[in-house]
Design a protein around this ligand. Sequence first.
Ligand code: ADP
Ligand code: ZN
Ligand code: MG
Length: 494
Amino acid sequence: MSRTAQEAPAPPEALARYEAVIGLEVHAQLQTLTKAFCGCSTKFGGAPNSNTCPVCLGLPGALPVLNRRALELALRASMAIGCKIQERSRFARKNYFYPDLPKGYQISMYELPLAIEGSIEIEVEGEKKRIGITRLHMEDDAGKSLHEGFPDAEQWSHIDFNRCGVPLIEIVSEPDLRTPAEAYAYLNTLKQILEYTEVSDCNMEEGSLRCDANVSVRLRGAPKFGTKAEVKNLNSFRYLSHALEYEIERQIGILESGGKIVQETRLWNVAAGRTEPMRSKEFAHDYRYFPDPDLLPVSISAAAIEEVRLSMPELPDAKVARFLRDYGITSYDAGVLTATRALADYFEAAVKAGAPAKAAANWISVELLRRLNDAGKEIAECPVAPAALAELLGKIEKGEITAASGKKVFATMFETGKRAAEIIAAEGLAQITDTSAIEKIARAVVAKSPDNVAKYRSGNEGVFKFFVGQVMRETRGQANPQLVNEIVKRVLAE
Ligand code: ADP
Ligand code: ZN
Ligand code: MG
């Protein structure tokens, strides 16, 4: 479909004159066994409507009771993003009609959210920036409509209420983000924090983490924000980036052609690669919010907050700082190794088992991650245990094998799950440190290349590398490189 006249793409020089303003509303499913206000299972993928009861189906007379674990996880998330936990908060009914919402309202929080005024630090291209968080509140999820046969055959719409009543937190950011890259970094950092704290599994394919992006544009230097549009339900990083890029250009195009932005809710059409209008903007008063009379207000004591503090694991930023301090590794490696708690634990287990920290950091971030990635495996399924990696790195450090052989051994360890010692013995990879053996090979190599010897002697230092390379090749990479250097130099000097 072609764009309407109003949506003509903006010329490139116009894009540079504008700046985008972005705020994200992120929804994360809490990792509880049961739903927010009833005892139904939250397990994903069950037979349709198998995890339902009168409470989550909104049957008359059924009464909700708040899931204590859901509250604990929401409190932990609040603290991890630096929010103030409010002494008193309250659930409200957000009224609207939709087939996947049998109660006719969503249970959410409105004028008294669970926590307010936090922030997290993001990093884009080495630049750090603090992004404000307006609020964090709890709510319940809706069910799912599934449309079949559309658009050609007979059409059926089915409803699955398994997700209905699953506990969510919504985290609303300040309009502090300025580029799609910053929005990406913000969502990524938030995801990492929610995973570290085990608040949510953040599985985006299963919809456990999704976000709505609010976007406006303004001329650079303009004092006020422009009118925003909201793009709903982005459930992957790629969709978030693409939708923001598209939406920013669309709005600039409208302004450049003399039009006005209408405040509205839009959808990202994946197949067409564009945002499309969904409905005109709804306002808070449209929802007729009122305190839910079925639920008690939530009061959080200082003692309860202290309990949350004690249950808090080390957060990503603190872990990075500690890794830099304790292990002397590069900040790049520290970033890679702390991407997930499991990977950081693996690294620390290897060091504890005796691996030199810098070598372990390097091997894990290069060799190990590449092989895991190629095999489509998570660190939890890694066939090489941390202690086994430590053993291999110890052998390289002690000079029992060369680093080049080490890579071969590691590949075999990864494929077979065997230990380094066994592979080194079976494949005869022990490092050659026998000087007379190396010298014999060096002499043979030199004798074979009188031309290069002449070049070397007439001052071409570059061919030295050629000789070293040849000796290493003859020894299948097993000769001690330092010895090879010394011996080749000596032989050539004769
Ligand atoms: P609404 O009342 O329309 O829901 P809110 O003030 O609650 O708006 O903000 C919702 C989200 O939109 C927040 O994440 C906020 O940071 C963001 N936001 C607010 N104003 C703008 C704007 N002009 N441009 C982009 N994002 C904005
Ligand atoms: Zn239920
Ligand atoms: Mg809002």
